[in-house]
Ligand binder design. Structure first.
Ligand code: 5GP
Ligand code: ZN
Length: 119
């Protein structure tokens, strides 16, 4: 069993202890629907191992981190997003609005998403 934080919501989702709509799971990553979607498709792709944020990423995580992109590509295709496009977002820390401190990649699409950031 990979390292986990007993207080972490996403660790509980990965372990099946907290209900969520899981879309994909393998030995490295889990993908599930965001509970409060900002677009028609809003998935979260997370490492099964508890990594609090990008600030805690290590070289040993590189294969798993790359795998997150492969899973993102597969899910984007599955949900019909490949042609028109989608956005992958990884918030890190307070200024970025990170709320859950278990590393996650948002996969958002299904509508025109507008400019990346407000100016
Ligand atoms: P952050 O701001 O940390 O990048 O995004 C955290 C995301 O996690 C938010 O979009 C929020 O809606 C989602 N979220 C928070 N709690 C839960 C939960 O219990 N289940 C699911 N599926 N998503 C959650
Ligand atoms: Zn966690």
């Amino acid at each position: 069993m990979p390292a986990r934080d007993p207080e972490c919501i996403f660790c509980k989702i990965i372990a099946g202890e907290l209900a969520s709509q899981i879309e994909y799971q393998d030995d490295q990553v889990t993908a599930f629907h965001d509970i409060n979607p900002i677009a028609p498709v809003h998935l979260l792709i997370v490492p099964n191992k508890h990594i609090p944020s990008v600030n805690a990423v290590e070289p040993a995580d590189e294969a798993m981190l790359g795998h997150m992109f492969t899973v993102a590509r597969e899910l984007a295709a599955k949900f019909g997003l490949a042609e028109r496009g989608y956005r992958l977002i990884v918030n890190t820390g307070d200024h970025a609005g990170q709320v859950i401190f278990h590393l996650h990649m948002h996969l958002v699409g299904g509508r025109a998403l507008g400019p990346m950031l407000a100016r």
